[in-house]
Design a protein around this ligand. Structure first.
Ligand code: AP5
Length: 242
């Protein structure tokens, strides 16, 4: 996302109860980009399971050691590890007004677990159902987005060498750190990630459609337009009490 997108999209709304937001979509759909925009606007945490796993890999924790080979191969980390990790994160005080799940749930088991977990979580004193945003992107866009993605290891900003380049090649616009490429953004791993998505995660769109919770987004549009639509969905859902 360009450095100033969140600012242009409006000032933060730090007092509103927002509730749980789920971003669905294939690898490269723009979940992380949009999660950051929501997080800035509403000052609720982006809970990116991919980011938490990558941090564990860097720190060499037991979870990181188990997840690393699975991620390198483009598969999904087993549910028991994911559920323990997410359960611990949801208990953090910064999630009290709401949170954005970026990359979770990803399997039927994870979705069912999360439905149950929500029965015992309150936001501003009340239970809230998730707002589910499904970001659809045409297949041929995804490859360019993933192979071109670079990110800042210091502030997490996401760029794309083809679509959203930094002002100076390889350097973060906001903090000047050298940008990095994710290990799983290689073509052979990307195709495995897309297969895992189709097999295990895409069916969740129907799972949430049956609950009447899905908002569809055209993720092929330019980032600023997708962000404006995303924020409008979250705003109206929060106002309606989801
Ligand atoms: P994770 O980190 O979640 O990766 P992913 O789902 O594959 O999604 P990405 O982060 O690749 O893409 P994104 O949709 O966030 O797109 P982004 O905004 O960056 O997971 C990694 C791995 O961890 C998994 O493969 C799995 O092994 C494991 N894992 C994680 N969660 C798990 C779970 N719940 N269960 C089991 N295993 C799990 O954008 C991509 C690029 O496109 C960027 O360059 C961006 O600048 C650009 N872009 C974004 N939007 C636009 C736009 N509108 N127009 C033009 N360019 C755009």
């Amino acid at each position: 996302m360009p450095a100033d997108t969140a600012t242009r999209a409006g000032s933060p709304k730090a007092t509103a109860v927002v509730g749980p937001i789920i971003l669905l979509g294939p690898p490269g759909a723009g979940k992380g980009t949009q999660a950051k925009a929501i997080a800035r606007r509403f000052e609720i945490p982006q809970i990116s399971t991919g980011d938490i796993l990558r941090e564990n890999v860097v720190r060499g924790t037991e979870l990181g050691r188990k997840a690393d080979p699975v991620m390198k191969a483009g598969g999904l980390v087993p549910d028991d590890l994911m559920l323990a990790m997410v359960a611990a994160r949801l208990k953090q005080p910064d999630a009290a007004r709401g949170f954005i799940l970026d990359g979770f749930p990803r399997t039927d088991g994870q979705a069912q677990w999360f439905d149950q977990a929500l029965e015992s979580i309150t936001f501003g004193g009340r239970r809230m159902a998730p707002v589910v945003i499904n970001i659809r992107v045409s297949y041929n866009q995804l490859l360019q987005r993933l192979t071109g993605r670079r990110s800042c290891p210091v502030d997490g900003r996401i760029y794309n060498v083809y679509l959203q380049p930094p002002q100076q090649e390889g350097i973060c616009d906001s903090c000047g750190a050298p940008l990095v490429q994710r290990k799983d953004d290689k073509e052979e791993v990307i195709s495995e990630r897309l297969k895992s998505y189709e097999r295990q995660t895409q069916p969740l769109v129907d799972y949430y459609r049956r609950q009447g919770r899905v908002h569809e987004l055209n993720g092929d549009l330019p980032v600023d337009q997708v962000t404006a639509e995303t924020l409008a969905i979250v705003e109206s859902s929060a106002a309606a009490g989801a």
